[in-house]
Write a protein that binds this ligand. Structure first.
Ligand SMILES: O=C(O)c1cc(=O)[nH]c(=O)n1[C@@H]1O[C@H](COP(=O)(O)O)[C@@H](O)[C@H]1O
Length: 280
């Protein structure tokens, strides 16, 4: 039987820890790395990040937008990066923040989560603006293929708070509604341990402001951006996430990538150790 995404994630946690290195080839980073601001530059950048991650950490998160800037050539570059990560056994969360309804969102699931697809990743970030129920098709696809989804619940940017803290007719915040509905899916569909469907909760936030401070049981995987460049500090991980901490994936992009091509391997190694310290 195919291992579930949650089981695969727990294995990665045990073997490599919870650091996720973002692959965000900003134009200025390409320049600092001595690479052209082209699709070929993003490919080289992505492959060099994988060189630094291999053996040092277990998870990467390519930000699709930085590849998409170059159209089909950018997607071809991303396909090469995804294939290389698969070959190295590095778990990939494609940060595409896709969201739609019905057969359209199902097609996004097929694009990013079907084994053998050119853009195959292990998990995809998705938006639930159309309701968590709109994600049923890609969730089912993920579950059957041992893949995962990360649903945006409370994002690290300050502009998201008003909408995400707003209360629905039942009095529950939008962010909490998403967390509860994700958890209901996991309880119904996943066997044991971490579920296959996770949430995104920014590390820059005070979880109580979103009614996210009481963790559901079982706690889902939590993709946690906002560490490093956006100001959250890794040693504070447990105090930020409380009872959700056991599922947290610490994600950093610029703070690690800024070390440059010569310094990145050491930067990943140091940061992975910092994350292990706080996870123990
Ligand atoms: O889904 C994400 O990864 C994400 C969610 C969120 O709430 N905030 C957030 O910054 N991100 C992504 O995480 C990365 C953060 O990059 P750094 O701030 O450089 O670590 C970017 O790719 C963002 O798009």
């Amino acid at each position: 039987m195919t291992a579930t995404f949650g089981e695969r994630l727990e294995r990665v946690f045990a073997e490599h820890g919870r650091l996720c290195v973002g692959i965000d080839p900003h134009a200025w980073l390409l320049s600092e790395w001595g690479l052209p601001d082209t699709a070929a530059g993003t490919r080289d950048f992505g492959l060099r990040v994988l060189d630094a991650v291999e053996g040092n950490a277990g998870i990467v998160k390519p930000q699709v937008a930085f590849f998409e800037r170059f159209g089909s050539a950018g997607f071809a570059a991303l396909e090469d990066v995804l294939a290389s990560a698969r070959a190295r056994g590095i778990l990939v969360i494609a940060d595409g923040k896709r969201g739609d309804l019905g057969t359209s969102v199902e097609a996004y699931g097929q694009a990013w989560l079907t084994p053998g697809s050119p853009l195959e990743a292990d998990a995809l970030t998705v938006s639930a603006y159309q309701g968590v129920g709109s994600l049923a098709a890609p969730s089912a696809l993920a579950e059957s293929a041992g893949k995962g989804l990360f649903v945006l619940a409370a994002t690290s940017n300050p502009e998201g708070s008003a909408l995400q803290q707003a209360r629905t007719a039942t009095g529950t915040t939008v962010a909490r509604t998403i967390l509860d509905e994700v958890n209901a899916w996991n309880t119904e569909h996943s066997t044991a341990g971490l579920g296959s469907i996770g949430v995104v909760i920014g590390a820059t936030l005070t979880l109580a402001d979103f009614d996210l401070d009481i963790a559901p049981v079982p706690a889902p995987p939590v993709l946690a951006p906002g560490f490093g460049h956006q100001g959250a500090s890794v040693p504070d991980m447990r105090s930020i996430y409380g009872a959700l901490s056991n599922g947290v994936i610490v994600s950093e992009s610029r703070s690690v990538l800024g070390a440059g091509p010569d310094g990145i391997r050491a930067a990943v190694s140091t940061r992975a150790e910092d994350v292990r310290q706080v996870s123990a």
